[in-house]
Write a protein that binds this ligand. Structure first.
Ligand code: KG4
Ligand code: ZN
Length: 366
């Protein structure tokens, strides 16, 4: 068994400036000693989406502060750490560079080893940090920048079964919310409005649901929402509250239906590939996985396929430094943490898979 390590993790790839101190050893669970996040919603709200230049500047201004907060909350100094882990990609390159430069400075100044972590690997290994799940397991990552179904087979061994060919679901939710005049980020608002809506009033498409693979598409749903709104506005001069609620409910229902169906398909592929796995696990991650209707849909799908579903607590589903620290702990322990740390805008987990199409507002699809 490897020794327990204590790492500082830094995350700046999108719109969260985050740092955490985590202690533990593979396969987990680990102990999160602090998990500090400085969000940037206020800076981007007026634009209805993340503005890369604003995000990069805010990361550069705040990354030192969030690291100090994380160390303070953990009651530690740099000298108490075994190393530093930083997100080196994929993501908005200005933000990634701000984090990587800060981490290089901290590691060099304190004489600590540094590891560059793939942000998606951070999400992918979170079920080990929280629940000590053994390899292999299936992961659905659904956020504002990503949507992928991946088999996590070993540290550094990932197989992508499918992903979005255009928008990420969170991106589609955010754009639809903006179009309806709701807040940013849009997902939580859409969920709130959907509670009082009639999901059957408008017919939303179920993109790619009949295709026998695990790929997803969300941009057509967004277009359907715009068309529904335009038709209503032309007919009645504006939208009633009921209309907004019904559009949100229909949209959310379509997202739930396609994500549940494709996840079921991925579970069956996973089972074919890993027949020896007796207690198969599906883990969910990403901000969209906070959605209760989606969680209910996924949990039904998991039950039908005989999978145990693991949904980490929300602060560990959304972007955070703890998952980066944990991925660093696993990499140091396995002796695969060496090499230069270079910021990468695109960095697929499954290097052998075909690149996905399109680049979203929140960064290149990986
Ligand atoms: O993982 P995350 O914090 O950041 C990245 O995109 O990497 O995910 C943010 C996304 C946003 O698009 C937001 O609208 C969505 O997650 N989201 C939700 C909910 N809470 C956040 N979507 C649906 N329902 C929610 N309750
Ligand atoms: Zn993320």
């Amino acid at each position: 068994m490897t020794a327990s390590l204590t790492l500082l993790g830094i995350e700046t790839s999108c719109d969260e400036t985050a740092a955490a101190v985590v202690c533990g050893r593979a396969p987990g669970p680990g102990e999160i000693l602090s998990n500090a996040v400085f969000g940037q919603e206020d800076l981007h709200a007026a634009f209805g989406g993340v503005v890369p230049e604003i995000a990069a500047r805010a990361h550069a201004e705040r990354v030192d502060l969030v690291v100090m907060r994380a160390l303070d909350e953990a009651g530690m100094e740099l000298g108490d750490l075994d190393g530093v882990a930083v997100t080196a990609g994929p993501g908005l390159i200005g933000g990634v560079m701000a984090g990587v430069m800060a981490a290089k400075g901290i590691a060099a100044g304190a004489g600590l080893p540094l590891v560059g972590v793939n942000h998606l690997e951070g999400h992918a290994l979170t079920p080990r940090l929280t629940d000590g799940v053994g390899f292999p397991y299936l992961l659905l990552l659904a956020s504002g920048g990503h949507c992928q179904l991946i088999a996590v087979e070993a540290l550094g061994a990932y197989r992508r079964f499918g992903g979005t060919i255009d928008d990420a679901p969170g991106e589609a939710l955010d754009k639809t919310a903006k179009m309806l005049g709701l807040g940013f980020p849009g997902g939580p608002d859409v969920e709130r409005w959907a509670e009082n809506g009639d999901a059957d009033r408008f017919e939303f498409p179920r993109p790619l649901i009949d295709r026998p693979d695990c790929d997803l598409s969300f941009s057509g749903l967004k277009t359907a929402a715009v068309r529904t709104k335009d038709t209503l506005v032309a007919a009645q001069g504006g939208l009633y509250h009921r209309d907004v609620a019904d559009i949100c409910a229909g949209f959310q229902d379509a997202v739930r239906a396609v994500l549940s169906a494709k996840t079921r398909r991925a579970m069956s592929l996973f089972r074919d590939r890993h027949q020896g796995r007796l207690d198969p696990v599906i883990a969910v991650a990403g901000g969209v996985a906070a959605n209760r209707s989606l969680r209910a849909g996924l949990s039904k799908a998991a039950e039908a396929e005989g999978f145990r579903m693991i949904a980490p607590p929300l602060p560990l589903c959304t972007d955070n430094g703890a998952m980066i620290a944990w991925a660093g702990i696993e990499r140091f322990a396995a002796g695969i943490a060496a090499g230069p740390v270079v910021a990468r805008p695109r960095w697929p987990l499954d290097e052998a898979a075909q690149p996905m199409l399109g680049t979203g507002k929140k960064g290149a699809k990986a």
